[in-house]
Design a protein around this ligand. Structure first.
Ligand SMILES: [Mg+2]
Length: 420
């Protein structure tokens, strides 16, 4: 304590409300318009009641407003009757429905085993919601809250669930999500969800829509041959390092000046800029790690203002590709190694990292990260990752982190950036 400050007045410690104290739940429902909340509380204020809880939401122009209050001071039945009559009269004048329910205590405390469940649907069908919520209930979980995160480009809702360990709930819902063709993320609730973090992304078919080696191969006239080897490697049928050497060898003799053309041909995945811009605003660090080439990733780092990058480098001698790569190969194990290195440099614990990728060579990285997101991934990757996103919009990853579309758009509007 600072000795120069006068001794503080003793602060009476607040008494927690007991479960047997009487409370009143006031519920108002009807057409929304300005002033409803102010009107209800002005009506209640005349009875000198205390507010314990307020919940309000508006769905398509209809308001649901709930206020949990103490009974009127003095507690005589006459005064409480007057409160009820006054609230009903006020509601009738506004053509609202009101209900006042007597009871005791506050909301029940949420149970242990708290998770956030994000559901992405494109569309989100009632059948999918029925199947998922039935699973939550049968696993012993309780849905404490539901709200919408986004209506575009997908319908995203978040459910706060308690009563089931996160891992158990994740396993339970993963099966149902695949059946219902929706994407689901189940993460533990808690402060770490709001911490600043590191996001590490794969490049080919994740950050960008292309496979960079195929773009180079097109200029060398060996596209079909390379694509065939790439597909086998990404499906996990071929050792990545071996397949990389085999494909790069096909580029031997190609003029290195095609790099400029390839850079211009690269197409970012829809939502990539929105994702990165929003993460950066939140103070996240963003990295890319690629089995592709620094010839392209360096350009992406500059273009997008990324914090870290690792990729392979095509060797160039006398202005021509030699058909070899130089240095440490970034393969499946290499990607996980780079994730750990970036986390160390960013001073972010591994549990607070998010990795996003589509290929078999991303699996170690996805498993090592706090949250591994399989993005439009091959089946082998989808099955092994924590979470799979199967819509082609990279910014949907923001919803998995609990960020709403509205927040993204509001931040963009502030600095005049159009949201993709
Ligand atoms: Mg990839």
């Amino acid at each position: 304590m600072n000795a120069s400050l006068p001794a503080a007045e003793p602060v009476p410690s607040p008494q927690p409300r007991t479960d047997d104290e009487r409370t009143l739940l006031v519920k108002v429902f009807g057409k929304d318009r300005p002033g409803i909340t102010a009107g209800l509380f002005a009506t209640l204020a005349d009875f000198a009641v205390d507010v314990i809880d307020i919940e309000q939401m508006v769905t398509r122009g209809r308001i649901t407003l709930c206020a949990l209050i103490t009974p009127p001071a003095g507690g005589s039945p006459g005064v409480e009757g007057a409160l009820r009559a006054t609230v009903h009269r006020w509601a009738e004048e506004l053509k609202l429905q009101a209900e006042i329910i007597s009871g005791t205590g506050d909301n029940r405390p949420r149970r242990e085993g708290r998770s956030h469940v994000t559901v992405l649907g494109h569309p989100l069908t009632a059948a999918a919601v029925a199947a998922l919520t039935t699973r939550i209930t049968s696993a012993g979980g309780n849905i404490d809250r539901v709200f919408r995160l986004a209506k575009y480009p997908v319908t995203a809702v978040e459910l706060a669930v308690s009563g089931v360990p996160t891992e158990e709930l994740r396993a339970e819902l993963a099966v149902e999500a695949a059946t219902q063709r929706v994407d689901i993320a189940v993460v533990q609730a808690g402060l770490q969800r709001r911490a600043k973090r590191l996001v590490v992304m794969d490049v080919d078919s994740t950050l960008i829509q292309d496979e960079v080696i195929e773009l180079f191969a097109a200029h060398a006239g060996c596209e079909a041959k390379v694509a065939e080897v790439t597909a086998a490697a990404m499906a996990g049928e071929l050792d990545f390092a071996e397949s990389l050497r085999a494909r790069v060898a096909l580029l031997a003799g190609l003029d290195a000046s095609v790099t400029e053309k390839v850079r211009a041909e690269v197409r970012l995945t829809p939502g990539a800029r929105t994702l990165i811009r929003t993460l950066q605003r939140l103070g996240f660090q963003v990295a890319i790690v690629s089995g592709g080439f620094t010839q392209v990733t360096d350009h992406l780092v500059e273009q997008l203002g990324l914090d870290f990058a690792a990729a392979n480098t095509l060797e160039v001698v006398d202005g021509k590709f030699t058909g070899r790569v130089t240095g440490e190969i970034v393969d499946r194990a290499g990607k996980a190694r780079w994730l750990a290195r970036f986390a160390e440099q960013a001073k972010v614990p591994l549990e607070q990292t998010v990795a996003i990728g589509d290929g078999a060579n991303d699996l170690d990285m996805l498993n090592a990260a706090g949250l591994g997101v399989a993005f439009n991934a091959k089946p082998v990757v989808r099955q092994a990752a924590d979470t799979a996103v199967n819509v082609p919009f990279l910014d949907t990853v923001l919803y998995l982190l609990g960020i709403t579309r509205e927040e993204v758009e509001a931040a963009d509007a502030l600095d005049g950036t159009p949201t993709e």
